[in-house]
Design a protein around this ligand. Structure first.
Ligand code: NDP
Length: 252
């Protein structure tokens, strides 16, 4: 079978990094993007290469759609120079930031930043990359448990994630004729740098989430990367237009 190549946005840390490593361990080559942390991205590339898969990293601001044309061109050149290919197989729209602020105090600037990264960026980056995604490929978009249940302080963020879930169904519908399946993975609260590491570093928050989770603890990056890698496996090719929540059973 042809070597599979995945593009993961925000692969320098957290869930994107874990997904990159888990895909690589299954023999998938990885192109990951980073925003500002080039050294972290290089470290992930080196780790993947140690495991025998091929990898590369590109800089990308997913909140700036004006840069997407140039990024697509860079990606095209990379695919040709590293892989002698014109297309990649799997797109994981993972990059993101957390802003925790009450609905009443959310500024337009915060709203726009979240909108650009979490919704507009995913919409137009995917649109721009369509010619570079192979027929029969797959897309996984990251949502959040917060699109199903609510916690104060996430109104704008969670609403964008809700939009991603609707968009994913439309992508699945319109890309189906090319054999491209599109699914959503919605993690519960996971211990990463996300939102200044709140879930990981604040014991009160961590304990509260664990108490509201059927499996009795907060999630770890390892709980998510494997779900995304499994969704992209050949065995799961018939899963399409689904929202898979991986939260250990939060707020049931
Ligand atoms: P992290 O903060 O650990 O990592 C964020 C990643 O996104 C980094 O690779 C970062 O790059 C990249 N990134 C941030 N801003 C931009 C930008 N403007 N353009 C391009 N890349 C950017 O977050 P997580 O791994 O926890 O989150 C990953 C995804 O999972 C997000 O979509 C998030 O909303 C979602 N999620 C996370 C949950 C959690 O509890 N952690 C729960 C539910 C969903 P760099 O390293 O260069 O800064």
């Amino acid at each position: 079978m042809k070597q599979k190549i995945a593009l993961i946005t925000g692969g320098s840390r957290g869930l994107g990094r874990n997904t990159a490593l888990q895909l690589a361990s299954k023999g998938v080559d990885v192109i990951l993007t980073f925003h500002s942390r080039a050294a972290d991205a290089r470290a992930v590339v080196a780790e993947i290469e140690q495991h025998g898969a091929r990898a590369a990293a590109l800089q990308l601001d997913t909140g700036d759609s004006a840069g997407f044309a140039a990024f697509a061109e860079q990606l095209r050149e990379l695919l040709q120079s590293h892989w002698q290919r014109y297309q990649f197989d799997y797109l994981v729209n993972n990059a993101g930031i957390g802003i925790h602020t009450p609905f009443a105090e959310t500024s337009e600037a915060q709203f726009d930043q979240l909108m650009n990264i979490h919704f507009k960026g995913v919409f137009f980056l995917t649109q721009r990359l369509l010619p570079l995604i192979a027929d029969g490929g797959r897309i996984v978009n990251l949502s959040s448990g917060l699109a199903r249940f609510s916690l104060p302080g996430y109104s704008a963020y969670a609403a964008m994630k809700g939009a991603i879930e609707v968009l994913s169904r439309y992508m699945a519908r319109e890309l189906g004729p090319r054999g491209i399946a599109v699914n959503v993975v919605a993690p519960g609260a996971i211990e990463t740098d996300f939102g200044d590491g709140l879930v990981r570093d604040n014991k009160e928050v961590n304990d509260f989430i664990a108490s509201q989770t059927a499996l009795g603890r907060v999630g770890l990056p390892d709980d998510i990367g494997g779900v995304i890698a499994a969704l992209l496996s050949e065995e799961n090719r018939w899963i399409n237009a689904q929202r898979i929540e991986a939260s250990g059973g939060m707020f049931l």
